[in-house]
Design a protein around this ligand. Sequence first.
Ligand SMILES: *Cc1c(COP(=O)(O)O)cnc(C)c1O
Length: 415
Amino acid sequence: MSQARALDHIDPLKAFRDLFIIADSTVYLDGNSLGRLPIETSKLMREVLEVQWGHRLVRSWGEGWMDLPRRLGTKLEKILGAETGSVVLADSTSVCFFKLLVAALRAREGRTAVVTDGTNFPSDLYVLQSVQSLIGHLEIKLVGGDDDAIEIAPEAVEAQLDRNTALLTLSHVEFKSGFLHDLKRLTAAAHACGALVLWDLSHSVGVVPINLAECGVDLAVGCTYKYLNGGPGAPAFIYVSPELQEKLTNPISGWLGHRAPFDFDHDYAPASGISKFITGTPPILSSAAIEKGLDLVLEAGLPAIREKSVHLTTTFLSLAQELLVPRGFEIASPRDAGQRGSHVALRHPEALRISQALIQEKAVIPDFRRPNNLRFGFAPLYNSFADAEVAIESLQQIVDDRLFEKYPTDLSGVT
Ligand SMILES: *Cc1c(COP(=O)(O)O)cnc(C)c1O
């Protein structure tokens, strides 16, 4: 038995793999972009479609649909270590980010700077830029403007914070390198100079233990379709600490964030608590598809998930160091597992063509991020140690036999 097979054999989470639809022998290492489909979700969706929509029709709004964004919010609270009543589903991550960004800036009027980092997910940077053009006097301070930085020292972030900082906003796990910020330390640093903090948890929720309440986080957003396996384009979540909920206002006030939507008043009056951050009608089909994935994460437990995640990325990186670095690859993720989320990046001058060869010839699915990054996401609920080993062996063969050479050097569209 190979070492990977031996590790799979004693893996305490191995039974979870059978709870996902896995139709063929594809080695799927892109769960950090779109998680796999849980079998129970597939069954539930049939009921939601045929019974709740098909038969019950509009009555279903009163039979569970209206409460769904908050009911699933309570499950997310457990995953996020958040207070009761602090999480709700809404919109996409980018829109949620916009809402909380504007809400935070209003709550810190007089301060004019937002601190983030140059390796943050572009959508967050774009939203910052659009808010800057809306309100005019916002300074966006980028820590480490280098797009290819692998690690961002907490000291470098702290050095940008001062009495003019309204908000510190970072991705907990960086989308390219997988670098894991010290959420507790940086939250405290922002507070020490009177700023608020907004974390984008898209690449950490469901795979890194997070303790929003204990760390005193003010605001957070995140995706449900990555490690939570909620399905393509499933709505995002919003977290607002209980203490701030009454102080902040939702800049996109809509009827479903109103105190009494069915009064159809002319004037807006916010709902109490987290519900005021809802804007319009929740997308029920894609919201319903999130629930079973949340249940799987809660059942496995974040300590066990994190332990396996660290073990998977460490196994992959040590094999990469031994077998791929001598073949021209460079490791583009933190070496210290404590500073890493659950995906790792390798760089190679031929990364784009190698990624195409991996998918086409070896049925191993990573993703490619410009200019030369190959990302490998490890989702502990369904990835195995054998997956890591197969990916390494495939990369070795592709480079040794130059299998990438027949693929185009330019590729437009989705990578
Ligand atoms: C995936 C991801 C998003 C996605 O945003 P959407 O608006 O839901 O498409 C946002 N932020 C980060 C950090 C991400 O990794």
